[in-house]
Design a protein around this ligand. Structure first.
Ligand SMILES: *Cc1c(COP(=O)(O)O)cnc(C)c1O
Length: 439
C-alpha cells in the first residue's frame, strides 16, 4: 500500500462513552469483543440500540444514516412494517417445526420465479452454508475436485474457499486462516476478476475443475463491476470446458434486480447462491440451479445437504414479505438514488483534485481512495485503506454509518429518501474536506 497522502486523525469528538464501556466488557467474553470480525474497529465500535427505516441509533443516543444495513440484507431498511407484521404473525404460529411448511414452499417458489437459473431451490441459513453446499453439489455433479475462485472474492467462512486473497492468478492456494489444513484448499485455484484470458488458460490447463465460483459483481473487496462482456465471456469459457459456473449472489440476489445480477446482466449461471436480502433481516441462504444439477441434492440424490433451521418458517415469512414488497419501481428508484449519490461524491472528489474513484451499481457503491480506477482485486489493494479509515470515522462523527472498511460495499435501502441522500452528501463533503491533506 502506498504511504497515505491523507491525514489519519485519531482525535474524533466521539460522544460514545457507553459504547466504549460495553466494548471493554465484550472484549472480556467475546474474542475481539465481537461476533464477526469486520464489526470491530478502532478505537471501539458503536453499540447499536435501535434501527428504524434508513437510520440507526447507538446506545449513546447518536443517530446515524445507516449505509451498512447489516452488510446488505436490509433492502427495505430496519423494521419495515410488512416484514415486521409477517414475522410477528409467524412467531405467533410457531417459530420452528423441523417439518415442511407452506411458508418455505412459497419462499422457494418466489425465489425460483425470480431467478433465471433456477429450476429448483434448496434453502439454508447463511451465505456461508449456501456456497459450501454449492461447491459440494458442483463436485458431486461433475465428479471433479477443482474449484476456481477470484482473488478478493469472499464466499463465507468455510475451509475450501477461505484462501488468501490476492495471490497471483493460476497459483495453487494457501490457506487464508490458521486452522485450515492445506489439504482443504489443495483443490482451490485463484483467478483475477475481469481477466478472461487468464481464466481461459487456467481452465484449458486443468482438466479436474468442477466449477468457477464468483460474485458476478464483487462486493467484498470494495465494489468492483464486471467489464463489458466479462460475464458473457466467462459463461462461454466455462461451457467450452465443461465447468460449472456458480454465481455467488449472496449480496446481489434481490439487491440489483428481482433475479439478481444474472437478470441485470443477462448471463445465466448453472448454480447460484443467495443469502443476505432474501431473509429480510433474519439468517438466510439458498442454493438455486438447473434441475439436472439440483436433483442431486439429498434426499432426491446423493449430495448430502442438511440443516435443522433450513427453510425455517420465520425466515421464510420475512423473505416472502420482502419479495412481495419489491417491484420494478422499487429497483428503478433505488438505482436512481445510487447514481445520484455516486455522481455527487464523484464531483466532490474531482473538485478537490483527489485521486479517487466511485464504483456504483444500483443501490451499491464504494469510494476508492488512491486510484482513479478499480477493476480488480490487485488495484483495490493499491488503495489507501488508512485514508478510508479516517473517512469512515469522520462520517461516523457526521452521522453516517458505513461498513468500517475500504474493502466492503455501502448500501442504500428503500427508506433512504432525498433528505437522507442530501445529508449523506453533506457529510461526505465535510469529512473529505477534513481528511484530504491540503496538498
Ligand atoms: C456475506 C457473504 C457470504 C457469507 O454469507 P453469511 O450469511 O455471512 O454466511 C457469502 N458470499 C458473499 C458474496 C457474501 O457477501
Amino acid at each position: 500500500m502506498p504511504a497515505s497522502t491523507y491525514q489519519v486523525d485519531e482525535g474524533f469528538s466521539f460522544m460514545r462513552g457507553y459504547s466504549e464501556k460495553l466494548y471493554n466488557r465484550s472484549c472480556k467474553v467475546m474474542p475481539g469483543g465481537v461476533s464477526s470480525p469486520i464489526r470491530a474497529f478502532s478505537p471501539y465500535p458503536s453499540f447499536i440500540s435501535r434501527g428504524e427505516g434508513g437510520m440507526m441509533c447507538d446506545v449513546d443516543g447518536n443517530e446515524m444514516i445507516d449505509l451498512c444495513l447489516g452488510y446488505g440484507p436490509l433492502i427495505l431498511g430496519h423494521g419495515h412494517p410488512a416484514v415486521f407484521e409477517a414475522v410477528m404473525r409467524q412467531a405467533n404460529q410457531g417459530m420452528l417445526f423441523g417439518a415442511p411448511s407452506v411458508q418455505e414452499l412459497e419462499m422457494a417458489e418466489k425465489l425460483m420465479k425470480r431467478t433465471p437459473c433456477a429450476d429448483m431451490v434448496r434453502l439454508a441459513n447463511s451465505g456461508t452454508e449456501a456456497t459450501m453446499h454449492a461447491i459440494r453439489l458442483a463436485r458431486g455433479f461433475t465428479g471433479r475436485n477443482g474449484i476456481v475462485k477470484m482473488s478478493g472474492g469472499f464466499h463465507g467462512a468455510h475451509d475450501a474457499l477461505l484462501v488468501r486473497p490476492g495471490s497471483a492468478a493460476m497459483e495453487r492456494c494457501i490457506p487464508g486462516s490458521s486452522g485450515v489444513p492445506e489439504d482443504a484448499v489443495r483443490n482451490t485455484l485463484l483467478a483475477e476478476y475481469n481477466d478472461l484470458e487468464g481464466m481461459s488458460e487456467l481452465l484449458t490447463k486443468n482438466d479436474d475443475i468442477a466449477a468457477v465460483i464468483l460474485e458476478p459483481v464483487m462486493g467484498n473487496c470494495g465494489l468492483i463491476l464486471p467489464e463489458e462482456g466479462y460475464l458473457e465471456g466467462l459463461r462461454a469459457i466455462t461451457e467450452e470446458n465443461g465447468v460449472l459456473l456458480i454465481f455467488d449472489e449472496v449480496i446481489t440476489g434481490l439487491r440489483l434486480a428481482p433475479g439478481g445480477a444474472q437478470e441485470s446482466f443477462g448471463v445465466i449461471p448453472d448454480i447460484c447462491t443467495m443469502g443476505k436480502a432474501i431473509g429480510g433481516g433474519l439468517p438466510a441462504g439458498a442454493v438455486l440451479g438447473k434441475e439436472e444439477i439440483m436433483s442431486l441434492i439429498s434426499p432426491a440424490g446423493s449430495v448430502y445437504v442438511a440443516g435443522t433451521f433450513s427453510g425455517n418458517p420465520m425466515t421464510s415469512a420475512a423473505g416472502n414479505a420482502v419479495m412481495n414488497h419489491l417491484d420494478a419501481t422499487t429497483y428503478r428508484t433505488l438505482d436512481a438514488k445510487g447514481r445520484k449519490l455516486a455522481d455527487a461524491i464523484r464531483d466532490m472528489v474531482s473538485d478537490r483534485g483527489m485521486n479517487a474513484c466511485v464504483n456504483q451499481i444500483g443501490s451499491m457503491f464504494q469510494l476508492f481512495i488512491g486510484r482513479d480506477e478499480v477493476t480488480n482485486h490487485a488495484q483495490a489493494q493499491e488503495c489507501d485503506a488508512e485514508a478510508f479509515r479516517s473517512l469512515f470515522l469522520g462520517l461516523l462523527d457526521n452521522g453516517v454509518y458505513l461498513p468500517p472498511s475500504q474493502y466492503e460495499t455501502n448500501f442504500l435501502c428503500t427508506e433512504h429518501h432525498q433528505n437522507h441522500i442530501d445529508k449523506v452528501v453533506e457529510a461526505f463533503d465535510t469529512t473529505i474536506r477534513e481528511v484530504v491533506r491540503s496538498a
